[in-house]
Design a protein around this ligand. Sequence first.
Ligand code: FMN
Length: 404
Amino acid sequence: MNGKRILLIVSGGIAAYKALELVRLLNREGASVRAVMTDSAKSFVTPLSLGVLTGDRVFGDMLDATEEQEIGHIQLSRDADLVLVCPATANIMAKAANGIADDLATTLLLATDKRVLFVPAMNVRMWHHSATQRNLATLRADGALVMEPDEGAMACGEWGAGRLPEPPEILARVRQVLAQEAGALPLPGEGRPLAGRRAIVTAGPTHEPIDPVRYIANRSSGRQGFAIAGALAAAGADVTLVAGPVSLSAPPGVRRVDVQTAREMQAAVEAALPADIAVMVAAVADWRAASDAKQKIKKDGTAPASLPLAENPDILAHISTHDRRPALVIGFAAETENVVEHAAAKLARKGCDWIVANDVSGDVMGGSVNRVHIVTSDGVEEWPDLPKEEVARRLAARISETLT
Ligand SMILES: Cc1cc2nc3c(=O)[nH]c(=O)nc-3n(C[C@H](O)[C@H](O)[C@H](O)COP(=O)(O)O)c2cc1C
């Protein structure tokens, strides 16, 4: 990121203080940051703090004659390599989606010719509101990038999606976007090491119907799998992402196939063969309801005392023993105890090449950080706590080293 110039727009959300930490991280990687604040943002963090950390004046007033003479607002919007809106309020995204330019921040967003990355943070209901979701879709259709917020406890006491991702995760995304913008790779080495390779990635949970309104599911968010699909695509691979029901948008350059059930996922993986790489990240339900009732099961005395289950296909084992087996088959193991032991046993049992084991006893599912062990026939590698994007980047780098 050395020498890259980031125009950071801070809007008025409770997470604005995290923008300060982000500036430090960006500086540490050699990027320079110029900051713009909305009026509301100044109620959450001071221009003084941001100015000290960026080592530059902080811009905010479009109609300030001095600011305009020293560096015009059009210039400000063009000087950067990337425009980063963090945190992005529901309000600023609504304005940007509709071309409103009533302050310096929104005018810059309209005037810029650079890639814009929004990092939203807001209350869960604001996030899920159809107006916000409509605005996000518009921004994406207009070419902006939008990071998915984290799930978890919110400052307002509620729980759900809308938390600002942790600064290291935002940093990893900025690094990836800058590399993509430069036509380079977010991977060590030169060129696009996986160009000409085909990869299949599965991600997310599966939903196994019990009746027309109920299903068996799990807490997988799909974020790790989506990040891996993105990192493989950035490394040049032709990626098919088979996604269970998740609310994530596909990374750039990835072919997405949406499925609901384990059996649909297996069929989609099968249809995506042949491939050189298979990364089976999805948390596939082990069992499904033995019979999928055509009508809603009533609780008026006819309700079953127990739910008979049938075992789902084992997609990882199936692909590992397939006559068109990819050269490298990687499985994921989500464990809550004896993580490495269970992963080693799974490696032997399934016949895959690596198992990426993660401890999901904390808030890994739905969270932004992952701690993984890479288990292979050569031994076990322990990786530190890393943003999921960074786990993906390192895994893609390791895959390219193995295959090239
Ligand atoms: C204490 C407090 C916290 C807020 N946090 C957020 C937030 O996290 N996200 C958000 O979209 N709006 C939040 N708001 C509402 C925004 O500040 C408000 O919509 C404002 O108009 C945003 O202006 P801006 O987009 O120009 O910065 C908060 C308001 C208050 C009073």
